[in-house]
Design a protein around this ligand. Sequence first.
Ligand code: 5GP
Length: 130
Amino acid sequence: MASIFTKIISGEIPSYKVAENEDFIAFLDINPNAKGHTLVVPKKEENKIFDLSKQEYIELMEFSYRVAKAIEKTVPCKRVGMSVIGLEVTHVHVHLIPLNAMADIQFKEKVTVSKEEFLNLSEKIASNFE
Ligand code: 5GP
């Protein structure tokens, strides 16, 4: 069965997209730790990050780097943190999270983001993506 992220990639499920190329997509996390929390996902559906080939892993990191730069330009924060978990959605993804405090990376406290804010954030991050 297709993962929820494969359904986002195919457009079956909507998302607030910030970047995309042939192999990767980045969109805002729907239940974010912080405003601007973004997921970077390989279009190839793989469960665990270290089951990617070394080349696929490097390309995922390179794409994530570019997305993180765009987040940094868009969202005021001390730094952008990176985390890989995958216990909820078993389709490889990198969490990129604007950090101001340790709590922002701990997946406990969530922030509420309106539809307008999601849209505004995704458009601004997308416009800063190089
Ligand atoms: P993990 O698998 O790394 O533990 O967490 C999965 C992440 O995906 C969570 O932060 C969750 O909020 C996010 N997520 C789950 N379903 C959706 C969805 O349908 N759309 C988006 N944009 N994010 C999702």
